[in-house]
Design a protein around this ligand. Sequence first.
Ligand code: CAA
Length: 258
Amino acid sequence: MSYENVLVEKHGEVGVITLNRPKALNALCASLIQDLGAALEALEADDEVGVLVLIGSDKAFAAGADIKEMKDKTFVEAYRENFITDGWERVSQCNKPIIAAVSGYALGGGCEMAMMCDFILAADNAKFGQPEVTIGTIPGAGGTQRLTRLVGKSKAMDMCLTGRMMDAEEAERAGLVSRVLPLEGFKDEVIQVAQSIAALSRPVIRLAKDAVDSALETTLTEGVRLERKMFHASFAFEDKFEGMNAFAEKRKPAFKNR
Ligand code: CAA
């Protein structure tokens, strides 16, 4: 399947979606969002694929929602079409692990889209920001909510009120990104990380993803209770027996995704 604004490749069990609108620094126009949704659907339905990677170019993961597309939009139009909803939310609802691989700019909707992924790996040239206030608006794809949960109120306020950018090192210190990797060889390194997840038991990985996600949506007591139930549920998988027996027998596990 080919798309106008995204490229899709498979590396073994890893599906890579590359945002590909270089002339506009991958600004997230409606047709790009539509292509992204279709690519996600296709990779989610593909049983060969266990883990997804969302990546941009060396210069930009994505420089935000398309300002030129929304500059003349009125309140009534934005309200009626529930602007920045359909398609955008799709990334956060992905049922396979999805890694954001950010090199260059991840601004506005670009930063928000990266935060919708399960975790962010950053190249050492990455720059994150929520500059919407500098163009007369505020974040609209979860920036004020997800950034605050990830980096805390003080830094989220700093980013959302000044519109400044933070570099990869600051983003790692703040907990926005999980690791910073050299730009050279970045994509290969990210695919290796994705492959290391894809080699594990898919149902177990799904449980782990859902359990971590619930931490942002519930109280500690409820979250720990849910985690315990999910931990118990993993004992229903053949892969739990395989994993633990392999450890005891000092061999590599052969997971069957059952
Ligand atoms: N929308 C539309 N076009 C964009 C864009 C955007 N968000 N970001 C960059 N572009 C376009 C530029 O207009 C330019 O196109 P032309 O060559 O046709 O003029 C091209 O991409 C290259 O950009 P620059 O010449 O500006 O490149 P630069 O290297 O000088 O600067 C930049 C890079 C600092 C990222 C700058 O492009 C910039 O500030 N972009 C806008 C960032 C922004 O404000 N993002 C938030 C958008 S609002 C939003 O996202 C709302 C939300 O929450 C969903």
